[in-house]
Design a protein around this ligand. Sequence first.
Ligand code: BGC
Length: 758
Amino acid sequence: MKHYKYTPLLLWILVVFGNSPSHAQETIPQVEELLQQMTLEEKIGQLNLLTPGGGIATGSVVSKNVETKIKAGQVGGLFGVAGPEKMKMAQDLAVKETRLKIPLLFGSDVIHGYKTTFPIPLGLSCSWDTMLIKKTARIAAIEATADGINWNFSPMVDIARDPRWGRIAEGAGEDPYLGSAIAKAMVEGYQGTDLADPKTMLACVKHLALYGASEAGRDYNSVDMGKVKMFNQYLPPYHAAIAAGVGSVMTSFNDIDGVPASGNTWLLTSLLRERWGFKGFVVSDYTSVNEMVAHGLGDLQAVSALALKAGLDMDMVGEGFLTTLKPSIEEGKVSEVEITRACRSILEAKYRLGLFQDPYRYIDPERPDKDILHKEHRKIAREAAARSIVLLKNHDQVLPLQKNAEIALIGPLADNKNNMLGTWAPTGNPQWSVPVLEGFKNVAPNATIHYAKGANITNDVQLAKKINVFGPRAEIDERSPETMLKEALEVAEKSDVVIAVVGEASEMSGESASRTDLSIPESQKKLIQALVKTGKPMVLVLMSGRPLTIPEELALPGSILQTWHPGIEAGNAIADVVFGAYNPSGKLTASWPRSVGQVPIYHSMKVTGRPPENAAFQKFKSNYLDTPNAPLLPFGYGLSYTTFEYSNLVIDKKTVTQGESVTISINVKNSGSFDGEEVVQLYLRDVVRSITPPSKTLKGFRKVFLKKGETRTVQLTLHPDDLKFYNSQLEFVSEPGVFEVYVGTDSDTKNKVTFSLK
Ligand code: BGC
């Protein structure tokens, strides 16, 4: 039965067991042949993903007896292993010591660069530069594959509107339109056009689904969301990754409509495979199958059967598949067809990666030296970091600084390598990073720089302990806070300008790093207040993995550069911006709240039936007694050293018929005294429709470079799909009526034209 896909019996089984015929039609003959030879145990073995430890383990479990299991044909892939030597040893076990010689997949979390670490993804997204982001993904693939990795647990595309959630750092922020464009760019960057090319790797979009909507911003928490919101707001980036051909999908830890993602048939089969036509394989998150026991869905055997039947193919670390699927078959709880389906999808990925042709394709001892930390890669990392920086305020136009200034460089993050890479950089090495002090010296060798630490990241010993799990991130100085402050003030007094590098340690965001207080830690707030009192011009270089609540700092007579955690070239990139070699062009991709009480907050919130007319409190309107509704800093916000003026907003037609596009143009003038880039943003409001629309939502953007004095007409086109939304039947439709189009510098723009859709 070489091509059993054609037998009537198999077609019947596929239909009955929910495998779509289109999936069956694309089977790969070599894989089918192999499946014919495999025993049930060998098939189950392929569904097992292990990590031998040694890297960062994100759960309490690390796999045991990995070598024995590989030899026994009980492992389909490994992660957390790197370097050609180790990979070769592991691959040898699989292809020399097992009966069928099936090669292993080697996975890894290459989230924002491999060894050349780029800014955290939230930072990168603020560049609004999908070409650049694609380039960073390409470089990550070149470096990771040089170390033998062929499967990447990225991109993370979870929409996040709650900055309490630490993993907001890992994604592209609050918006599905921008998030989708970035998801596509990253998949294309990792996978290239040919997966068998040893410099490309299989991408894995995660975490399907809705992980960013964890209740109360607490990691791993439950999610409860209606389908209309899901389809319109949260699912588009995953869908965009699928449309871009992503080879694998990782499930999320949370439940959706009461069923955890890893066991959710609606999610993994009806939506992912049937509606979206996904053809790759689905892997669980770290022990997320086992965690369904704690979720209350039964014992390990029951939840493993549930996961397989739902459409999960590979079990990460938990070994529920390995240890329970056979008894489940014997008891009639799962079928071999289901196991074959899962195994097929994993083998097909191995085939596409070219591993059956050459299991050592990605293992070349010559490559690490040639390809990793290449000078060109660091150059792009520097550029990416500079382009991720968002200028939040430029008080008295203090920035950019003269290169010969006398500068007080102060703060716990000013001469600090340990926090530059940001969260989720397990493959990078903080010691390779350029701290701010060094960057300043590189870029402005004629400046006089006086350095003082000034404060600890936090004085809270317990918090510091939690932050230091992967190594020192928030070290508490032996000196007293008073002594450190005194030194900082002395340094400030003798300088022309104060640069205070403050914010979060890298592990204050990321996985299992939720916060309920989003302000700058108290120790540093005190430092900032004291520095302001010196009356010296001051710039805060703010590092964080999330939007912070900074109403007090924003009100101070100082400037603020939000740099996120900028990666390996941190100091050089920050110095490039501070001294004007690069004019900042980043724009926020998540709204910054005034206080935690406003969270979740995002630009596309609905209007409600009782919208307040202005910022002042109005009784019986939808507002707060103690805070305006608007965020402190809106989505899309970011300044430049120059200024941009918008004029002459024109639309090419006032009436649009279904299926037609509409083009909007606007003149943008660089009216200041520096060359610079502007992200021109287009927001759409569907004024009347069958379900309540968002107040406005991003539907287009273009980043343009303008020389000082230059004016350019920027055109943006709304395509038919941009006018569509998912209605209450979850059909993707556009409805006749009036649309308002806003074009400008951020989501608060008031430049408006309207058109009607017939
Ligand atoms: C994370 C995933 C990651 C996996 C493997 C989990 O804890 O949620 O994003 O890919 O660990 O490291």
